[in-house]
Design a protein around this ligand. Structure first.
Ligand code: FES
Length: 110
């Protein structure tokens, strides 16, 4: 597996907030939003909503779901699944790990 990207320290990303990793840094097509969910865990999805072009990192986190700030589609942070209309396509997920208090992102290849 490729080297992880250090997103930041756990305490720097409060629960209910998201940090964006630029696509250039991630080596991916889209920016990646790393969410600190209300279950205390971190999850990462492509930042762009699959419905149109809103950044999911600006959305609202509730439990382990994020609501798009533009048309209110909801996505599961664990699976990326689109949970309600108008989005019908899942968001791409990326692996996140916490090691020694640091949040590490492993951008999905391709
Ligand atoms: S842009 Fe996200 S639901 Fe429309």
């Amino acid at each position: 597996m490729s080297e992880p990207i250090i997103v930041g320290k756990v305490e720097d990303i409060p629960e209910g907030e998201a940090e964006v990793v630029d696509s250039e840094d991630a080596g991916t097509e889209d920016d990646i939003a790393v969410f600190h969910a209300e279950d205390g865990n971190f999850y990462a999805l492509d930042d762009t909503c699959t419905h149109e072009t809103a950044p999911l990192s600006d959305g609202w986190i509730e439990g382990t779901e994020v609501e798009c700030p533009v048309h209110s589609a909801k996505f599961c942070l664990k699976s990326g699944e689109a949970l309600c209309l108008p989005a019908t396509v899942a968001a791409r997920t990326h692996k996140v790990e916490v090691v020694d208090g640091e949040v590490l992102l492993y951008p999905a290849a391709g």
